[in-house]
Design a protein around this ligand. Structure first.
Ligand code: ADP
Ligand code: ZN
Length: 207
């Protein structure tokens, strides 16, 4: 099974992809995390990508393909694409390289999305995501899993968030429209609890 998870920043697609990975053993491919890991390790690709990610710009397609090709190669059981495709060119790439079975859209309004992003934190060490409003750690500022420090992402500042959301409507919106026209899009209301959304996704996958 190969899935695509789509939705505005803060819609919770990463959280849902994570739950599906645990449930089915499919590989969760989070493009943003792959870039962040390259940036942290200061690889050539990371240095180039950080020029874009920090401002909230999309990274050029060629760099995205490099990361994604590598990730796809390692997935044998199935994959959950999170953060890809974000524009029509990336969609074309996908068509040529992977057979996609289902596409989920986690539907959320812009205002709620912005509110969620500003309360988003992630573990510096293991990268697990938290939200101070909806998905708090047991102890303030500390990761439940590894005890690491919880920090705000560099690109979760107001300006970069505004730009990413603009790109989402401009670029990713075209891909979503296409999947909708092709009757491939399964839309889920993302303004619900994490477990409820997970349950609805599982229900869609079982038929
Ligand atoms: P968000 O969904 O909140 O924008 P991600 O963690 O998914 O955050 O991605 C972080 C950054 O990585 C993006 O702002 C962008 O610069 C880059 N990125 C991720 N996926 C793609 C993609 N498919 N194409 C181009 N750039 C991407
Ligand atoms: Zn952690």
């Amino acid at each position: 099974m190969n899935l695509v998870m789509m939705g505005i920043q803060g819609c919770g697609k990463g959280t849902q992809a994570e739950l599906l990975e645990q449930h089915f053993g499919w590989r969760h491919i989070n493009i943003g995390n792959l870039f962040r890991s390259n940036i942290e390790r200061q690889t050539e690709l990371g240095k180039e990508a950080s020029k874009y990610t920090e401002k909230g710009e999309l990274v050029p397609d060629e760099l995205v393909y490099e990361v994604i090709k590598d990730a796809i190669r390692k997935a044998d059981k199935g994959l959950i694409l999170d953060g890809f495709p974000r524009n029509l060119a990336q969609h074309e790439f996908l068509v040529e390289n992977v057979k996609i079975d289902k596409v989920f859209l986690l539907d959320l309004d812009t205002e709620t999305a912005i509110k969620r992003i500003s309360s988003r934190r992630h573990c510096e060490n293991c990268k697990r995501d938290y939200n101070l409003l909806y998905n708090k750690p047991k102890e303030k500022g500390v990761c439940d899993d590894c005890g690491g420090n919880l920090v705000q992402r560099k690109d979760d500042n107001e300006e970069a968030v505004a730009l990413r959301i603009e790109k989402f409507y401009q670029e990713t919106g075209k891909v979503i429209d296409l999947y909708r026209k092709q009757n491939k899009l399964i839309s889920i209301n993302a303004d619900q609890g994490i477990q409820e959304i997970h349950r609805q996704i599982l229900a869609e996958l079982s038929c």
